[in-house]
Every structure is written in structure tokens, then in C-alpha cells.
Write a protein that binds this ligand. Structure first.
Ligand code: CMC
Length: 425
């Protein structure tokens, strides 16, 4: 690893549009070997964690660096579950969204709004030295990890017009989430333990992925000294994009559009002609099978045992088979990523398609917070990437009366002259 300052000493700077080959921090949280399809959290293989751990245990591991003892896990779990309740004003705030608001838009806004509910966490009001105190750091972590599922469930219930369900602290993290999503009038509502476990595994697989776009966002925003609610809201906003966490939603919509196995060859031709992208395929880092996609496929079978087989899986499996034997995909090392199968599982579990990125955000919040905490401990200068200026050379100011139209008028096409209302005299 060569420090970039080495080049500046020689009067050189590096152009790296999209950070294809630039490290902006040192981190000890997760490790990816993209050529061999390896993912580790704090040194542990993702396969072992998915098999033996719970999501809440993995969250502790990511944030604090080691697997918790039984006592540490109990304390951590209690702290998180105690912070699952949200202020009643937050419920009112979420109720103010339109009935058809995208749940990810609601979630991003609600996380940002948390900043106003916890003014003692504001660096604008109290200075960024408040986070020299580990108790302040931990308190915001408990709140964010604990409240994310609650906010997500409120967003879901608002969309379908059902009253919000208060958290049940007798259940575990993921069981409580499903409880808040689904309980109606039952006095005892117990989510199916096999589905709880399947979702828990999916959360483990999504919890961290080194410096992806949304995690880079948490570090970028955090480097300004802003509070973690604003930073995590910014990360969730980055996650929303279809190239990133929104890919699970896009992948399922794509599979449904393809509809049946006979339509795959025509779709593949469109992809190869660059008219479409095969969503849920390809990765900046993995040039091999994403290990998370393998585990997802296994989890899909577990979910089908309970919910029934979703026929769209046949389209996905055949699409994968055809793509993996096609020269276009082989040459570019394009394999299924985590989002190729996750959407099918979510759909089979009954989650609406636009809710998929929300599920991703619940899990990834722990990764974002691990990076936020690590950055606080390591310290960082404010992120200020350079740009390569490609604009015009210095020129004389032109007065209005001397200007010739240099702007492409089509920019304003369809707006009417000066934005006038044609129905108004
Ligand atoms: N379908 C068709 N062609 C693709 C795809 C795809 N999904 N992904 C990459 N390519 C092609 C691309 O057109 C390019 O071809 P060429 O060399 O002829 O110009 C080549 O493969 C290299 O692609 P790239 O865009 O330079 O690769 P990247 O590393 O910049 O992009 C990616 C990575 C994930 C944005 C991209 O693969 C993609 O858009 N995939 C679909 C969206 C998706 O599934 N995203 C989820 C990623 S995993 C979850 C997460 O971590 O957020």
C-alpha cells in the first residue's frame, strides 16, 4: 500500500473516478478476498458465523471486535432490546407520510429525525469531544441498532394502514421485528422460529461488507464530526440506490418481468447488447461467486419448506445457469451477488418488494456503526477528495445584453416559457 502523499511529494496526483483503486482508511472489521470468494468478519468466516451465531451476537462482534461471552451477550441484548421503543412523536412523524411513500424514503427520514429526538448526542450543540466518552458512543449504538427494526415496522404498518405494534422485549431481536410487522389482535403472537432463524441468517450476511458505498458514506459524513444519526441516515440513503442495496428490489422486479424460463434467452441478449443490466449480478470486489449468494440459496430452500416454493426461483436458477455459461459473463467475471436470491426469499416470506432495501438497512446499520466507532477511535481528517478540473479556462465576464445563447434550450423543453401557467392570463 503506497501512501498517496508519496505521489504529491513528486507533484503528482491520482485520478480514480469511483474509487476503483483507492483505500481511504485502515480497518479491522471485515475482510474480502474477491478472487477466492472469501468474506470474514473480524477474522471469522461468514459461513461459520451464519451457521453458529445469531445476528445480535455478530453485531457485537462487528462493533466491539470479539465474540461476546454469555454475560456480555446478555448485557448487549438487554441494552439493544431496551432501546427498541421510539418516542410517540416519532410515530406521529411517520404517520405524516403519504400512504404510498416508499418505505426506504420513510426510513432515511426517520433516522435523520432521530438526531432531533436526542439533542444530547448533537455535536453541533455540545461539540464533537462528547464522543471521547465511550458511554456516549455506546448509547447511540444501542439506540440505532435497537430502533431500526421498530422504524422499519412502523413504515410497513403505515403503508398497509395497520396500527403500530409496540416492541416485545421477551422476544429476540429478529423475532421481535417479525412480531412488530405481523401481530394483529392475538394476545400471544409467536413468529415461526424457522423463519426467524432464516431472517436472522440473512441479517448476518448483510451486516458488513468492508468499504462499500454506504459504509464509505458513514465515514465521509462522520469525518465532519456530525452525530451518528445523520451519518447513518446518509448511509441508508446511499444504500437505497439500485446499484447498491436497492439491487434486491430491482433483481426481484427483473425476475418477475422475465416471468418464465422461456423468456430468459431474449433477456440475456438485451443484457449483452447493454440495453439492460442483470440485477443481482456482478460486484466491484468479487470476481468469483459471492459467498453470501451461496448461503442465500441455501436459506431460500429453508424458507420454501415453510412458505411453499416460489416459482420465480426456477427463473433465477436457470438465469444463473445460462449466464454462468455465457462468454459475456465469463469474460467479465460476473457472478450472482447477495441480492440475486435475497429478494426471492423476502418475497416468499411475504415482504413487499419495496421493503427489501429496508431489511438490508436494518442489518447493515451494525456495520455502519462498527465503522463509525472505529473511525472515532482512530481519528480521521475530514474527507476531502480532490477533483480533476475539466472546465473552461479563465474568461472575461459577459454582460446580459452581450450574451449569446450558449445553453442547450432543450434543457427547459416542456416547461413552457418562463415556467408560465398557460391557463393564466
Ligand atoms: N449486468 C450486465 N453487465 C454487467 C453487470 C450486470 N449486472 N455488472 C457489470 N457488468 C459489465 C459492465 O457493463 C462492464 O462491461 P464492459 O467491460 O463491456 O464495459 C463490466 O461488466 C464491468 O462492470 P463495471 O460496471 O465496471 O463494474 P463495477 O465494479 O463498476 O460495478 C456493480 C459493480 C455491482 C455496480 C455492477 O456489477 C452492477 O451494476 N451490478 C448490478 C447491480 C447489483 O446487483 N448491485 C448489487 C451489488 S452487491 C450488494 C451490495 O454490496 O450493495
Amino acid at each position: 500500500m503506497i501512501p498517496a502523499s508519496f505521489f504529491s511529494q513528486m507533484g503528482l496526483s491520482l485520478y480514480d473516478n469511483g474509487y476503483l483503486n483507492t483505500s481511504v482508511c485502515r480497518s479491522t472489521i471485515s475482510y474480502i478476498d474477491g478472487d477466492r470468494g472469501i468474506l470474514r468478519y473480524r477474522g471469522y468466516n461468514i459461513e461459520d458465523l451464519a451457521e453458529h451465531s445469531s445476528f445480535i451476537e455478530v453485531s457485537y462482534l462487528l462493533i466491539y471486535g470479539h465474540l461476546p461471552t454469555r454475560t456480555q451477550l446478555d448485557t448487549w441484548n438487554t441494552r439493544i432490546m431496551r432501546h427498541t421503543y421510539v418516542h410517540e412523536n416519532m410515530i406521529d412523524y411517520m404517520k405524516s407520510f403519504r400512504y404510498d411513500a416508499h418505505p426506504m424514503g420513510m426510513l432515511v427520514s426517520a433516522i435523520a429525525a432521530m438526531s432531533t429526538f436526542h439533542p444530547e448526542a448533537s455535536t453541533a450543540l455540545h461539540g464533537d469531544q462528547i464522543y471521547d466518552d465511550p458511554r456516549m458512543v455506546n448509547k447511540q449504538i444501542f439506540r440505532l441498532v435497537g430502533k431500526l427494526p421498530t422504524l422499519a415496522a412502523i413504515a410497513y404498518r403505515h403503508r398497509i394502514g395497520r396500527p403500530y405494534v409496540y416492541p416485545n422485549q421477551d422476544l429476540d431481536f429478529t423475532g421481535n421485528f417479525l412480531f412488530m410487522m405481523d401481530r394483529l389482535s392475538e394476545t400471544t403472537y409467536t413468529p415461526n422460529p424457522a423463519l426467524v432463524r432464516a431472517l436472522d441468517v440473512i441479517f448476518i450476511l448483510h451486516a458488513d461488507h468492508e468499504l462499500n458505498c454506504s459504509t464509505a458514506a458513514v465515514r465521509q459524513l462522520g469525518s465532519t464530526g456530525i452525530d451518528p444519526y445523520i451519518s447513518v441516515a446518509g448511509s441508508a440513503a446511499a444504500l437505497y440506490g439500485p446499484m447498491h442495496g436497492g439491487a434486491n428490489e430491482a433483481a426481484l422486479r427483473m425476475l418477475e418481468e422475465i416471468g418464465s424460463v422461456e423468456n430468459i434467452p431474449a433477456f440475456i441478449e438485451e443484457v449483452k447488447a447493454k440495453k439492460r443490466k442483470l440485477m443481482g449480478f456482478g460486484h466491484r470486489v468479487y470476481k468469483f461467486y459471492d459467498p453470501r449468494a451461496k448461503l442465500m440459496r441455501k436459506t431460500a430452500e429453508e424458507v420454501f419448506k415453510i412458505m411453499g416454493r416460489n416459482p420465480i426461483i426456477d427463473v433465477a436458477v436457470e438465469l444463473e445457469r445460462i449466464a454462468l455459461s455465457d462468454e459475456y459473463f465469463i469474460k467479465r467475471n460476473l457472478y450472482p451477488n447477495v441480492d440475486f436470491y435475497s429478494g426471492i426469499i423476502y418475497k416468499s416470506m411475504g415482504f413487499p418488494t419495496d421493503f427489501f432495501p429496508v431489511l438490508f438497512a436494518i442489518a447493515r446499520t451494525t456495520g455502519w456503526l462498527a465503522h463509525w466507532r472505529e473511525q472515532l477511535m482512530e481519528g480521521t481528517p475530514i474527507f476531502r477528495p480532490a477533483q480533476a478540473y475539466d472546465g473552461v479556462s479563465p474568461r472575461e465576464y459577459v454582460k446580459m445584453e452581450d450574451r449569446e445563447s450558449a445553453v442547450d434550450e432543450s434543457v427547459f423543453a416542456g416547461y413552457g416559457a418562463g415556467g408560465a401557467n398557460p391557463r393564466k392570463l
